[in-house]
Each structure stands twice: as C-alpha cells, then as structure tokens.
Design a binder for this molecule. Structure first.
Ligand code: BGC
Length: 453
C-alpha cells in the first residue's frame, strides 16, 4: 500500500458523489444473434485470424443479455448507485439505419426499468465501439454519411428512452476507436493509415457534438457528456527531439477531440504535418461551430501514463513508447504504467481548459493476473490501484475541481477487445466456461468503502 493514499472514506466525497460501475454492450451482452440483433464490426473482426488473443469471439461474452438482473443485483450489493452501460446500435437498428428492432428496444427498457427499480441511476453510452457491420460495409466511420446514420440512431434512442434516462454519454473515447480501429488496425474494423484515420476523426468529432444537440432537443432535463481517454505523455529525456516527440503524441492522445468539442477547432502544433492534414478537413474553420457542443460534463478515462522518445521510423508522429516494464515503474497486466499522480495532473489539466463544467471519471480500473484460490480472489494489487486512483480524485476535488462521480471499470471480467478474455478488469471474476461469477476482494473492498456513504 502507498502511504499517502491508504485511508479513504466515501463520506469525504460528499453525499451527492456518484459511485458507479461501467460496462459496454460488445464486451458484456453476448446474445449476438438473438432477438433480431444485427452483426457488429466486432463479430466480424473477431473471425479474422490472429486479431484476438486466443482466437476467441465476443459472441457470448458475459451473457449479460440474459443475466442482467443478477449483475444489477451484484452492483447494488457492492454499494454502487450508478450503472453505466452502452446501447448496442445493431440491437436497436440491425442494419444501422432504417428498420427498428422492437425486441432490442424491449431489452433496453427491461434493463433500464430494473436499474430504476433497484435505485441505480442509469448512464447510457450511445457509442462504445460496436458499429453495425452493415454500416462498415459502406465505409463506417470514414464515410461522410456517418453523420446522417448516427443522427438517426441517436434520434431513435432519445425518443424511445429519453423519458427514463437523463444521463447520456455520446461517445466512448473517440481517440480510442479511431486510432486503434482506423489507423493501427488493432481493433475492429481493422483499417489502417491516414486515409482512414483522418476522415474517421473528423466524422467522430462532428457526431460527438451533433449527438449532444439531438439529445438536448429531445430529452428534457438531460445531463449530457462524452468521454475522453487521456494519458500524460513524458519525454524519455530532455533532448529536444524527445520533447517534441512527446508534444506531438500529447496533441493526438489528449487534445484531438476535447478541443473541437470546446469550440477551439482541432489542436494546433507547429511542424506536425498530421495535424495540418486534419485541419484540411476543416478548411476555413467551416466546421468549428458544428464540432462544438456545450456538454454538461465530460467523462475522463485514464488508464496509463506514457513515456515516449523520438523515433524516425514511426510514420507521422515520429515517436515510440518506452515500455513501463523497461523503466522500473509499476505496471498492470496490460503493461500500462500505474501512476496516480499523473492521473491527478490530467484531471487538473482538463479542468483548467476552461469551458468544462463538470468532470466524471467515467471509467477507471486495471487488469491483473487474478488467481482463484479456494473460491477467493485476493487481488490486493487492484485494491491498491483503486486506493491510489480514488485518492487522486479526492485530492483534485478538494482543490476545487467540480468532479461528480467515479465509475469503476468494470463490474465483471469481460471481452477485452483484442485481448479477448485474457485481460481481466472486473471487480467480479467470471469463469467464461460456466459464467459463474465470484466477487473479488476488490469488489468487497468497494462494498466496505461505500457501506456508510
Ligand atoms: C475502454 C474499455 C476497455 C478499457 C480497458 C477503455 O479505453 O473504454 O472498453 O475495456 O479501456 O482497455
């Protein structure tokens, strides 16, 4: 345990602070071809050889579709009062546009009703990376039709669920899905290169704001946010080349989506041709107003701090990561540096942008190799992680940041994208053969933390 972070009381966060867990449709629901659901890009991508660790598919995942009642009861039993989940676009509109799937709509009504009956405040994410495959066939996020497709989907969701759900997160980590899915090819749909990345970024920046506007116009008293990944980027040395490499990486990882949302247009950084190219999509600042939306809150998701050095061989950004394992710093099973001070600095930085009204930590958590022994999982490393990261939130709150909630990632072990079922982030262990759930000690740690709140 790390001394400055060892004593935590939920009361210190105040009575209105929201404590939640977060999950996502593609990672949890399963039931991929049941009740009229269309295919998503992840169903198709996972069929490609070598793309997912262990060759597994997300078809069943955690079977949340059938077990949601149990999972919500567990959420409640651990003391949380918020449940964040995402809609599966292809369950609602199997072809992505056009016909509505009544059974998909019915499922989400049941899920939301169950949350409300248990006193769990639902937060819904409209897009957590699982584009309908039918839309991908027509270009997906690279297509200029995306804005039209997304608007229709958001309209359907707002009209169906707006009277029950007040908390909306438009996109989950746009930098995550555009870079991994449309630049590096590591995530679905597996596209690579700037010719895919740049239009995907531009369409996502537009959809992010447009989604906000649609919810605002159709849902009374909506509380609207969007979520950003962020990672502090340190230069490996004080050499100028390394410092510039860190600045370029920072512009991509931390500025590319929040700055347009705040009305500043895309970030400006001297001598960075990639950014100049994205500005070409916004010639004469034509879209600056349309990429802007007055969000009620922003969701911050910080999974690692990173260190980079200059590398001429890496295209565009000319930077490469210096792995945590080679730097004598603590790291998770994903190889991600654990650094709660850096998390605290990122919260402060986003707050100080100006124009951010409220912050919610919409995901935070870590994967470790868990060992189930005599029915118990002693995940002390995860408990230590949460202690440090939640203490960093408290510190920022005491320093005046309007921070309103902390949502742990994630309730149960789930389908961790290209890591398959290998990387376990849950507070609850899942045996993926039997779907048996076992609360980890970190889950009980939350229960104790939250019991007197
Ligand atoms: C994503 C989650 C993912 C987590 C851990 C976040 O960026 O929103 O879907 O499971 O990172 O990789």
């Amino acid at each position: 345990m790390h001394p400055p972070y060892s004593k935590l009381h939920a009361n210190s966060f105040g009575p209105d602070f929201q404590w939640g867990v977060a999950i996502a449709a593609a990672q949890n629901e399963g039931a991929y071809h049941i009740d009229g659901r269309g295919l998503s890009i992840w169903d198709i991508f996972s069929r490609r050889q070598g793309k997912i660790k262990g060759g597994v598919k997300p078809y069943e995942a955690c079977d949340f579709y059938h077990r949601y009642k149990d999972d919500l009861l567990l959420t409640k039993a651990l003391g949380f009062n918020v449940f964040r989940f995402s809609f599966s676009w292809s369950r609602i509109l199997p072809e992505g546009t056009g016909r509505i799937n009544k059974e998909g709509i019915a499922f989400y009504h049941k899920l939301i009703d169950e949350c409300l009956a248990l006193g769990l405040i639902p937060y819904v994410t409209l897009y957590h990376w699982d584009l309908p495959y039918e839309l991908e066939k027509n270009g997906g996020w690279t297509s200029h039709q995306m804005l039209k497709w997304f608007s229709r989907y958001v309209n359907v969701c707002a009209e169906e669920f707006g009277h029950k759900i007040k908390n909306w997160i438009i996109l989950n980590e746009p930098m995550g899905f555009t870079s991994l899915g449309y630049m590096l090819g590591k995530h679905a749909p597996g596209k690579i290169g700037l010719k895919n990345f740049l239009p995907a970024v531009h369409n996502a920046a537009l959809c992010q704001a447009e989604g906000g506007r649609i919810i605002r116009s159709l849902v009374q008293k909506a509380h609207i946010g969007t979520s950003f990944s962020c990672s502090e980027v340190m230069p490996y040395s004080q050499k100028e080349d390394d410092i510039l490499a860190a600045k370029r990486t920072d512009a991509l990882l931390n500025r590319l989506f929040i700055e347009p949302a705040l009305g500043r247009g895309y970030p400006q950084e001297e001598n960075f041709p990639l950014l100049e190219k994205i500005h070409m999509h916004n010639k004469a600042w034509k879209y600056t107003e349309r990429m802007k939306f007055n969000f009620d809150f922003i969701g911050i998701q910080n999974y690692f701090a990173t260190t980079v050095k200059y590398n001429a061989l890496i295209p565009y950004v000319h930077a490469s990561e210096v792995k945590a394992s080679s730097r004598n710093v603590p790291y998770t099973a994903m190889g991600w540096e654990i650094n709660a001070d850096s998390f605290h600095r990122m919260i402060k930085r986003y707050w100080l942008y100006g124009g951010v009204k409220e912050i919610i930590i919409s995901e935070s958590g870590a994967a470790f190799k868990d060992h189930l022994l005599n029915g118990e999982i002693k995940d002390e490393n995860r408990i230590d992680y949460f202690q440090q990261y939640i203490s960093a939130v408290l510190k920022a709150k005491k320093e005046g940041v309007n921070i309103k909630g902390y949502f742990a990632w994630t309730l149960t072990d789930n389908f961790e994208w290209s890591e398959g079922f290998d990387a376990r982030f849950g507070l609850i262990h899942i045996d993926f053969k039997t779907q048996l759930r076992t609360v980890k000690n970190s889950g009980y740690w939350f229960r104790d933390l939250l019991k007197n709140k």
